[in-house]
Design a protein around this ligand. Structure first.
Ligand code: PGA
Length: 241
């Protein structure tokens, strides 16, 4: 495990963008695993700036997003399809056929999940996975539970996640109750994993992730077992480690 504690959110975002950029420079057909949420926004912004400056080329890159709500149209402003296009994909040159986001229709079947997993395998697996972390220690939408799923699956969102994400919706009742997410195995099989954490609301989850026991009640704690796990946290998120 490698830990970078950065002065502030801007520096955290710059560090993450620099690692992504080095990865894409070293291997131009890199397969990136991407995350949504407020934390990676700054990283996407920096990557767009690098692209505009001509210092990074995404033309051979393939992407797989971690998760999507069920029941929101792809053009719903809170869907992760919308987020990714409006915060990143529309501004860089990743070919549209190389972009993958789990489908958010409500009637997702085991086959839909299996197909998503198969696409990752067919692409050669994920080289670099970006993650955020929930206040409850979730990664993707792998919520604290007695058992965790290894592969892409449909999940019921926890009350904590619904409450945390309600800030993006006009009221809590609008937050979808279910999502599709890559599983713990899909994440752990990535060659390299970068977890981004910002703000004091994440400090407890980061302490458990880094120093706590490995438990399904803190899904991120499994990252302790990953051979190339990098945590980039700002001072507030790193306060208890
Ligand atoms: P956030 O979400 O970046 O908006 O805090 C992270 C997560 O819930 O995984």
């Amino acid at each position: 495990m490698k830990i970078y504690v950065m002065e502030d959110y801007q520096k955290l975002s710059a560090k993450a963008a620099q690692i992504v950029s080095s990865q894409v420079t070293l291997k131009n057909n890199t397969v990136l695993g991407l995350a949504t949420g407020s934390t990676p926004e700054g990283m996407y912004q920096k990557l767009i700036e690098m692209y505009d400056a001509g210092s990074i080329d995404f033309s051979e890159v393939t992407t797989f997003n971690l998760d999507e709500y069920l029941g929101l149209d792809p053009d719903h402003p809170q869907s992760y399809h919308y987020y990714m296009h409006h915060k990143f994909f529309n501004y860089v040159n990743i070919p549209s056929q190389n972009i993958h986001i789990p489908p958010g229709q409500e009637n997702n079947t085991a086959e839909t999940c299996h197909n998503y997993e198969q696409k990752i395998v067919n692409a050669g697996g994920i080289d670099l996975q970006i993650l955020g972390i929930g206040v409850n220690g979730h990664i993707g939408f792998n919520e604290p539970a007695k058992y965790l799923n290894t592969q892409t699956h449909v999940v019921n969102l926890s009350a904590e996640t619904i409450s945390a994400n309600s800030r993006f919706f006009s009221k809590e009742s609008e937050v979808p109750r279910q999502a599709i997410t890559m599983g713990m195995g899909s994440i752990m099989q990535a060659q390299k994993v970068i977890l981004l954490a910002s703000g004091k609301s994440k400090a407890e989850a980061i302490k458990e992730t880094v120093n706590g026991k490995i438990t399904t009640e803190v899904p991120a704690s499994f990252l302790q077992l990953h051979h190339e796990f990098i945590l980039i946290a700002d001072k507030e998120a790193a306060a208890y480690i």
